[in-house]
Design a protein around this ligand. Sequence first.
Ligand code: NDP
Length: 283
Amino acid sequence: MEKNYRAELVGVFGDPVDGNPTGVLEEAGFAAKGLNYRYLTMKVTPDDFDTAMKSLKALHMKGINLTMPHKIAVLPYLDEVSEAAGIIGAVNTVVLRDGKLIGDNTDGKGFVQALKNENISPAGKNIAILGAGGASKAIAVECALADAASITIINRSEARGQELVQAILQNTNSSASYLSWSDAVSIPARTDILINATSIGLHPNIHDQPDINYDTITPDMVVSDVIFNPAITPFLTEAGKRGAKTISGLGMLVCQGALNFTIWTGVEAPYDIMYEALKKEFE
Ligand code: NDP
């Protein structure tokens, strides 16, 4: 049989992108499954984005991840987008299928899957989210589509917070409300799941923590962070001290990477191997 020396190509376009660790977990997955795929971490500036998007078909790539600042700029290039990506208004994963570019947003799906891995479902839950940026939007919309009872968006900028509330109310069956982020804001009573979806605590600012009243966290809450570097943030440590169950951002990152892996390859992702590969990066 003739050998095939050509690798299938996937990767990420972003700027800055040098510190993006997704390639580590995808490559670990490809190796474990014996797939001749390569994940390339590529710096693409906004000026070169058009050329880069056109190269997907020219290079017969399987797909691409988009990160800052391309998640919205990619929309005009796509033939189809998933329901969630349409509501969120941003795409982080593209697959090339039958000559078509199909976009999805796996950030929120990764979050929901990370919850499911801990036997927790957003269905029927009251969810409070700190922040209203890209990560918050993806998580809020996906939890709402998974039948959350209510979503409370706690954000500094009211306009951004209200915009997300309206997107949830108009497109899902979940109720949603905005809570102004005043100093040491109290987490609403009856919150089941609290999520930090801001960038507070991200390396190198590893001692920073969201300005909330930590004594309003109760032992029956599940508290999760989107920050994956470091894996354990002061926010999670404080929540743990109040008896809450805590879930780090590593699970969300690996789950979205695993979803992308399957979207591109059609093969079930080796989650544990991908998780261990990523965890080593932050030890
Ligand atoms: P954005 O810039 O889109 O949004 C950041 C949000 O954080 C905004 O709502 C902003 O509020 C809020 N914020 C930032 N600083 C403060 C502060 N000091 N006090 C109060 N609010 C603040 O970022 P993203 O949503 O794209 O990313 C957020 C984080 O999520 C990043 O650290 C990223 O690494 C992480 N992430 C993790 C993923 C994972 O798989 N674990 C996946 C995707 C992202 P305002 O609107 O008022 O400005």
